[in-house]
Design a binder for this molecule. Sequence first.
Ligand SMILES: CC(C)(COP(=O)(O)OP(=O)(O)OC[C@H]1O[C@@H](n2cnc3c(N)ncnc32)[C@H](O)[C@@H]1OP(=O)(O)O)[C@@H](O)C(=O)NCCC(=O)NCCS
Length: 151
Amino acid sequence: MNVKIEAVSSSTSVDWHRLRCALWPDHGVDEHRQEVAAFIESRAKEPAAVFLARSYEGDFVGLIELSIRAYAAGCDQANPAYVEGVYVAPTDRRQGIARQLLKAAEDWARENGCSEIASDSLPDNSPSAKLHTASGFRDAGLIQCWIKPLK
Ligand SMILES: CC(C)(COP(=O)(O)OP(=O)(O)OC[C@H]1O[C@@H](n2cnc3c(N)ncnc32)[C@H](O)[C@@H]1OP(=O)(O)O)[C@@H](O)C(=O)NCCC(=O)NCCS
């Protein structure tokens, strides 16, 4: 599918919010709204960049959120670009949209001085694993995350 990849702006923040709620439904709608507002008003530490995929009919069908992390597992260089989230609406999948979003992410990373781009996905997310493999990412190995609340 032919889409235009564009940086999010105040005029497209409602569409970003809708796509973000679809990607991370466990996060509250209001929390998403606050985070979107913070980014648009340049108050957010993260994400560093957000791109949306707009169809030629004008519908927003995908997003990618990016940061620059101090470190990412398996990276050789410090400060790699990091894919915090990538999402394509269910009815528009398997048409190359996420691939185009990742391409825009790589261009953004290069422009911002990064020599690597990293990402993650849950072990049971086969579409995400296949997307990353098809887009030239290598598997850096599984890590388990451990948390202990400190009282
Ligand atoms: C993962 C996701 C972003 C892929 O988006 P997409 O637009 O369908 O991906 P693309 O069409 O660009 O796929 C590019 C390539 O990745 C691979 N791929 C992507 N989805 C696949 C799937 N479901 N099954 C097999 N291969 C897949 C294929 O090699 C594909 O190329 P091909 O169609 O020419 O064979 C989408 O499924 C999604 O939004 N999932 C829910 C959110 C999510 O899990 N995000 C990742 C973690 S944040």
